[in-house]
Design a protein around this ligand. Structure first.
Ligand code: ZN
Length: 159
């Protein structure tokens, strides 16, 4: 079945933290994309996961900042998506465990948990199209509570 991609409009944010690799325990950076302006999602703040296709320029820009975020084949199912790989053992840290499990870093349940994440805007001026999972219901918590690159919090600046 043909599935068209999802248009994403600026701004786009990198959300990141560090966790131990599930296999070799190397302290590794993990990153996800937060997209507050997805026209088809009517104002919902989206977290992208299992990104199967995105423009080369966007992938390159993410890799400049996070060199271990790359197109990788999953162990189960054998399909490919852009994911976080370990600098120690090269293994993929599966997006399912980063986004969908209780205590997953990109699935905070409280503002306090979201404060462990850091938010960083990407220099993106043009809309682009992705094929990815569109995560709903979490993005606003991250957008308002995650640390900015300079260590401040958006909601504290506002309030
Ligand atoms: Zn590892």
């Amino acid at each position: 079945m043909y599935k068209p991609g999802t248009p994403i409009h600026p701004p786009l944010y990198l959300v990141h933290t560090r966790i131990p690799c599930e296999r070799c325990r190397t302290d590794m950076p993990v990153v996800a994309l937060l997209a507050p302006n997805v026209p088809s999602m009517k104002g919902e703040i989206i977290i992208l996961s299992e990104i199967r296709e995105m423009p080369h320029a966007v992938a390159q820009a993410i890799r400049q900042r996070f060199p271990n975020f790359r197109l990788t084949r999953t162990r189960v199912g054998g399909y490919r998506y852009y994911g976080n790989t370990c600098p120690g053992c090269s293994g993929l840290y599966d997006d399912f465990y980063l986004h969908c499990e209780p205590d997953a870093p990109f699935c905070p349940m409280t503002g306090e948990e979201a404060e462990r994440l850091t938010l960083e805007p990407m220099a993106l001026e043009e809309p682009f199209t992705v094929r990815a999972n569109l995560g709903m219901g979490i993005g606003d918590l991250i957008l308002y509570h995650a640390k900015r690159g300079d260590g401040t919090h958006a909601y504290r600046e506002q309030g």
